[in-house]
Design a protein around this ligand. Structure first.
Ligand code: HEM
Length: 533
């Protein structure tokens, strides 16, 4: 029979193929169960045994805790477990046991002192961005290529470069404000979607020196393609879709990747004819020499890198703007304090008064209260809520337990930043005041403050941008976008969460961790009431 199927039997091959056809899916299924579940499970047995003393939720045979993580939104499940099991516990996954670490000092030790590299098996879907599956700055191990890339692109996020780019951020935010004004205060506006239009245009300009024109608020190819891509990548996190490549979802992802690939390729091709603007990320990437080949990056490498920068920088920042506005719109006393701060420096629109002046670079560090509001919103709703995963490159002691070399160390940021063990009994409350003391380190004249602002907080348990050598390289740009857009929006409008959202808590509960921490199906509907009609 098998001989027939393999084509060794020459007689009546048609009949043989028909008879044996059902064997194909069956064989594939056996292959999958063996390769994807049984083999990794067997391989992980010694590490499971070594970690057996560390407490943690009880999983199911073979699949471990995966079922719990699918049933409840993953960020919420991790938060429940942190409350239940404390700052160090074990979670069994099919292929390995992970140690979940939310003790701030241990976290800082893992990512900043020991500098363990990423646990890269978890990053596979981020290599599926373009039609060529290729590692990128996020997914490549810490070797000579990574170091060359990081070194070359770091200057793009420096104070000097961001200052050159600042007028573009201002202009794009004005586009968004004009659109909001045009809709009128009766309209319920999805402010997360509006922020996505702003941040995709920012990335278009910053990465490719290209106008994606999303802030013109019409149908938009770049926005639609990337939204489909994010959905597709999210679906690929489910191993069923990844392994059953003939499903509708898998085929849709292949088509979307081609579309995205073509948007990125066109943007890169257009840059060949003219030198990119000096602030443009591309002018830094074009000079990178891959130490492995001694040559500048190939077209495919450039595509993989720019695609990653685009994806990493656009939705994250948009959600951070959206979630911050959501908290402001539901906390009137916070909004009043922001208004008072803006009024004091001439940035608040008021009825009967002259229009406020433009927000300047020098204002950004000085808006201390607004900056604490942003920091607190990013604590409660960190866009990269899943956090980061590291691999212990040697045996390490964590919370009194011995963790063997090779173990996955998972730092779930949403759970960490809401942990009562770290933040006390009011961990779940939105209290910007907890930051006002912490953000007073910089003076208004300190121009590097925008660039530095987000760093060095892991010891306190705040790390939405991660920290250490593999922290977010784009955080200075993200902070710039957040501060500028929120100062401008709050200076010209008061925001109220629309009734259909059901209030702050319901909106938080509806959030889903789909690569980033997104609002639920309704988006973030708000009314924007002009301060000076
Ligand atoms: C509020 C906005 C943002 C948040 C919350 C955020 C968060 C993060 C986090 C947590 C990481 C570490 C991921 C890990 O360990 O796996 C990261 C890495 C990264 N981010 Fe961001 N990010 C934001 C905006 C941006 C922007 C605007 C850009 C660029 C334009 C960017 C580019 C990157 C890149 C390239 C990496 C990989 C860095 C490396 O491994 O060396 N991000 N980001």
């Amino acid at each position: 029979m098998i001989a027939n199927y393999l084509g060794w039997a020459r007689e009546s091959p048609g009949t043989a193929a028909v008879t044996l056809l059902p064997l194909v899916p069956l064989t594939y299924l056996v292959y999958l169960v063996t390769v994807v579940i049984l083999w990794p499970w067997l391989k992980a047995l010694p590490s499971r045994k070594a970690l057996g003393l560390i407490p943690g939720p009880k999983g199911y045979p073979l699949v471990g805790c995966v079922i719990d993580l699918i049933r409840t939104p993953i960020h919420q499940k991790m938060q429940q477990w942190v409350c239940e099991y404390g700052t160090i516990f074990r979670v069994d996954l099919p292929a390995a046991s992970a140690i979940v670490v939310t003790h701030p000092e241990e976290v800082a030790r893992i990512i900043k002192v020991e500098r363990f590299d990423k646990f890269l098996q978890g990053y596979g879907s981020m290599e599926m961005l373009t039609s060529t599956t290729m590692p990128n700055i996020l997914t490549v191990p810490m070797g000579p290529y990574y170091k060359a890339l990081r070194k070359a692109v770091t200057p793009a996020f420096s104070t000097a470069n961001l200052k050159l780019f600042y007028p573009t951020v201002l202009k794009l935010t004005h586009n968004v404000m004009d659109h909001i004004r045009g809709l009128g205060e009766g309209a319920a506006i999805d402010m997360d979607a509006a922020a996505q239009r702003l941040t995709i245009d920012v990335i278009g300009r910053f990465a490719f020196d290209r106008d994606f024109a999303a802030t013109e608020f019409g149908r938009n190819e770049a926005l639609e393609t990337v939204a489909d891509l994010m959905l597709g990548l999210q679906r690929m996190m489910n191993p069923i879709n990844r392994w059953f490549w003939w499903t509708k979802e898998s085929r849709a992802l292949v088509a979307t990747r081609r579309r995205f690939d073509s948007v990125v390729s066109r943007a890169l091709a257009d840059l060949r004819g003219k030198p990119p603007a000096p602030y443009c990320l591309m002018s830094h990437l074009l000079g990178v020499v891959d130490p492995r080949s001694g040559k500048v990056l190939s077209g495919e490498q450039l595509k993989a890198e720019t695609a990653l920068f685009w994806i990493a920088g656009f939705e994250t920042t948009a959600h951070a703007i959206g979630w911050t506005l959501m908290f402001i719109s539901t906390h009137p006393q916070v909004e009043e304090k922001i208004a008072a701060e803006l009024e004091a420096v001439g940035l608040l629109a008021m009825p009967g008064a002259a229009a406020p002046r433009e927000v300047e670079w020098g204002d950004l560090g000085g808006l201390r209260y607004l900056n604490s509001v942003i920091q607190e919103a990013m604590r409660l709703m960190p866009p990269a809520s899943g956090g980061t995963a590291r691999q212990a490159s040697r045996e390490v002691k964590l919370g009194g337990y011995t963790v063997p070399k090779g173990t996955m160390l998972w730092i779930p940021v949403y759970a960490l930043q809401r942990s009562p063990h770290v933040w006390g009994p009011d961990a779940e409350e939105f209290k910007p005041e907890r930051w006002t003391a912490a953000t007073t380190g910089a003076s208004e004249a300190d121009e590097d403050e925008v660039v530095r602002s987000a760093g060095t907080m892991s010891a306190r348990g705040w790390l939405p941008f991660s920290e250490g050598p593999r922290s977010c390289i784009g955080q200075s740009l993200a902070v710039l976008e957040l501060r500028t857009s929120l100062a401008m929006l709050c200076g010209h409008f008061r925001f109220r969460l629309a009734d259909e959202m059901g209030g702050c808590e319901a909106t938080v509960q509806a959030a889903r961790q789909h690569i980033t921490l997104k609002p639920g199906d309704k988006g973030l509907l708000m009314h924007a009431i002009p301060r000076a009609p």
